[in-house]
Design a protein around this ligand. Structure first.
Ligand code: TC6
Length: 691
């Protein structure tokens, strides 16, 4: 298929890029672009070229799916050489996004015109790489390194107006973009030989160098462990110290090294897995979501309040419902305070806070949910409470309203059975803090209508969440796997490790917090109550709770929190208590390395993930990874638990689980049949997708 078509507007040729969905620079587009430029330059009737694009993007960048594979000729830098060195001016007409390689195309042009809604950026850093087609050389030449470097370090795109202020585009135009680009092309042609971005030297001053070096120093202090951030500094420095050709070659060499690194592979996996998770079996475009104009949230606690904020942030009016005036006022005030922090930080204006607060109506009693198109229940985590609420909702909610529970563990089928309309009931599991965390687990009990699931997905996106549809089982995907990690952490204590050692292994891996610091923060009593309700025990965790050591809120938990201390301190009494448990259980305590601790914490999670796949609770291993990346702060550059397991080798995970099962006598640690099969076949979880 031809991905570039050429038309004429007087003496200017317009090459329109058309490579759906987002004009990514795959092999065909690179080839067609090179051909178009060569043809137009050879045409004596043409005095200039405009590069325009069809569809919603100018160019979304290199085709990420080609990374790590041998690239077909011509590679992007070769195409950009053709553009930059063309004898006639080339002007980019930018609508939608110009990202990564897409912006690099525009940078190699001799002029740039953009629509007001256009966004321009070099987001490579988020994929573990750096720009590889001249971005680090041409952007500093065009706007100065002190402005170019932060754009590349954050990866955040800038809007057209900002791009104009920076000098990144020449004009921002309303209306006919191509006509404006043609006009600029004619003006440039009238001036004679076009000026190459690579020839611009006046922005790279001594003052610019000093400002860049100061920013680089700061970035090194903050991101010294990120190889791509360090490579970015090196590449940008080359813009000052090397002629363009050498700077480009240096950048390309750094890019080539990063693109094959495991970290970049993991980040690319996450990019595609997130998009794949949006494709839900049984829910295609023919299933239309129900319209949502008004919402209600039942329960004004931390979760309910956070969910109400999500609606208000998206401009959807929401009724916040409690059982008493006092409770709802308390919840309402907490929301006002939370917005207040943003106002204080300067990330929100007072006027915006008032607008959002005006969208939240406090109310007492379930009857207030009558007008809502969707009701999300975020009340106490107990089946009896949930069933009572859903029974009452059934009587007041309008026909066709979606009835969702924010339960983190409970059976949605049982909750739905409390109503006469189970097809309208599903789980919408937000993660704390609900107004911040990206993940939305959408729990699909058997019998729920397809358009109800589609409504939850569409709403999730409107709320700025990453929706992942999962099956109905205890704890769904995230908490079901988390429980395995929690059990593993307790086993490690009994076997000889100490809380700070376990936590350090996990933070060393890249998590923000280890399991014990996390439990102390959330409140150890939560897990205790849950265990008691299910008749389960955990010797160390129970003993700690029996003493009232619930964590930060009581000043002690697994750690001590003396007045004013934010980080926990080792507690000799807790360590003695742990040793007592080991002695009672007849365990000879031994020490563990960080690697052993990690394997013991993470392998059982992967095993549970394999069971989740076997049971069809998650559609793909990538969905599980997205749950962990967006809901549990799994380090982004490790790609999620299933991706991590593949990188380690499933055969290694199987062997380690067998050893753990034999040592502990815990049959739940026996490798899942799916894990064994894939390991024996030498395959990874991702092979299941293709099968
Ligand atoms: C680079 O350029 C480096 C250059 C070095 C020189 C060699 N490649 O997100 P959506 C697909 S690094 C391949 O759902 P949106 C995506 O998978 C790259 N495919 O749509 C999906 O496919 P599906 C720098 C891509 O409107 C479809 O397009 N660029 C690429 O919400 C729609 O995507 C970036 O990092 C790609 N580059 O958002 C930009 N981009 O339908 C990455 C998208 O089969 N992309 N697809 O599932 C984005 O940020 C967003 O996709 C978007 C569109 C803002 C372009």
């Amino acid at each position: 298929m031809q991905t570039v078509r050429i038309a004429r507007q007087g003496s200017v040729a317009v090459a329109t890029i058309d490579n759906p969905p987002v004009n990514a620079l795959g092999a065909a587009l690179r080839r067609d672009l090179a051909t178009a430029v060569t043809e137009v330059m050879a045409d004596p009737e043409v005095e200039a070229l405009v590069l325009a694009a069809a569809g919603r993007a100018f160019i979304a960048g290199a085709d990420i799916s080609e990374f790590g594979k041998p690239l077909a000729q011509p590679i992007l830098p070769e195409v950009l050489d053709l553009i930059e060195n063309a004898a006639k001016p080339v002007v980019a007409a930018i609508q939608g996004v110009a990202l990564g390689g897409g912006l690099e195309v525009a940078l190699a042009c001799h002029g740039r015109v953009a629509l007001p809604a256009a966004k321009l950026g070099l987001p490579e850093i988020k994929l573990g790489i750096i720009p590889g087609a001249g971005g680090t050389q041409r952007l500093p030449r065009l706007i100065g390194a002190a402005k170019a470097f932060p754009m590349m370090l954050s990866g955040e795109p800038v809007a057209a107006q900002k791009a104009l202020d920076l000098g990144l585009v020449d004009r921002v135009v309303e209306g006919d973009l191509v006509a404006a680009a043609v006009a600029l092309a004619q003006e440039l042609a009238a001036k004679g030989r076009p000026r190459k971005t690579g020839e611009i030297a006046e922005k790279l001053t001594q003052a610019d160098r000093e400002a860049f070096e100061a920013l680089a120093k700061d970035a090194t202090a903050k991101s010294g462990d990120m190889p791509n951030a360090m490579a970015l500094i090196e590449a940008v420095r080359g813009a000052f110290t090397l002629p363009l050709a050498e700077g480009l070659a240096h950048e390309r060499a750094l890019f080539a090294r990063l693109v094959v690194d495991e970290r970049s592979k993991a980040l690319r996996h996450a990019f595609f897995a997130e998009r794949e998770a949006a494709k839900v079996p049984g829910i295609d475009d023919s299933v239309k979501p129900r319209p949502i104009a008004r919402a209600a949230v039942i329960g004004a606690g931390t979760m309910g309040g956070g969910i109400a904020m999500c609606f208000a942030n998206a401009g959807i009016p929401v009724t916040l419902i409690e059982t008493s005036q006092e409770q709802v006022e308390k919840g309402h005030a907490r929301i006002r305070d939370t917005y207040g922090f943003s106002v204080k930080r300067g990330s929100m204006t007072e006027a915006t806070r008032e607008q959002r607060m005006a969208l939240i109506t406090p109310a007492v009693g379930i009857a207030a949910a009558a007008e809502a198109d969707i009701v999300i229940e975020a009340a106490f985590e107990e089946m009896g409470v949930k069933r009572e609420i859903f029974g009452a909702l059934d009587k007041v909610a309008k026909p066709g309203a979606v009835l969702a529970s924010n339960t983190s563990y409970l059976d949605l089928t049982e909750i739905a059975a409390a109503t006469t309309r189970p097809a309208d009931v599903l789980g919408m599991h937000f993660f704390s803090p609900a107004n911040v965390m990206k993940l939305l687990e959408i729990v699909r009990p058997e019998g729920v209508a397809a358009d109800v699931v589609a409504t939850a997905i569409a709403l999730g996106r409107r709320l700025g969440k990453v929706p992942v549809v999962v099956g109905n089982c205890f704890g769904f995907v995230g908490n079901r796997m988390l429980e395995q990690r929690t059990r593993a952490a307790e086993r490690l204590l009994v076997a000889g490790a100490l809380p700070h050692e376990v936590d350090a292994a996990l933070t060393g891996f890249g998590f923000k917090m280890g399991p014990f610091a996390m439990s102390d923060l959330a409140g150890n009593d939560i897990g205790w109550r849950s265990r008691k309700s299910r008749g389960k025990t955990a010797a160390v965790a129970d003993a700690i709770c029996e003493r009232g050591w619930f964590g930060q809120k009581t000043g002690r938990g697994y750690y001590l929190y003396p007045e004013g201390a934010r980080a926990g301190q080792r507690d000799p009494e807790v360590e003695a208590l742990i040793a007592d448990v080991s002695a009672k259980e007849g365990v000879a305590r031994r020490s563990f390395t960080s690697e052993e601790i990690l394997a013991r914490l993470l392998d059982p999670m992967v095993n549970e993930g394999a069971r989740i796949l076997e049971e069809g609770i998650a559609a793909r291993s990538g969905d599980i990874d997205i749950v962990w990346l967006t809901g549990y702060n799994w380090p982004a550059w490790r790609g999620g638990p299933m991706h991590w397991a593949e990188a380690v080798g499933l055969d290694v995970i199987v062997r380690r689980l067998e050893e753990q099962a034999a040592e502990s006598g815990d049959a739940s640690l026996e490798p899942a049949p799916l894990l064994r099969r894939l390991a024996a076949e030498g395959k990874g979880f991702s092979a299941l997708k293709a099968a």
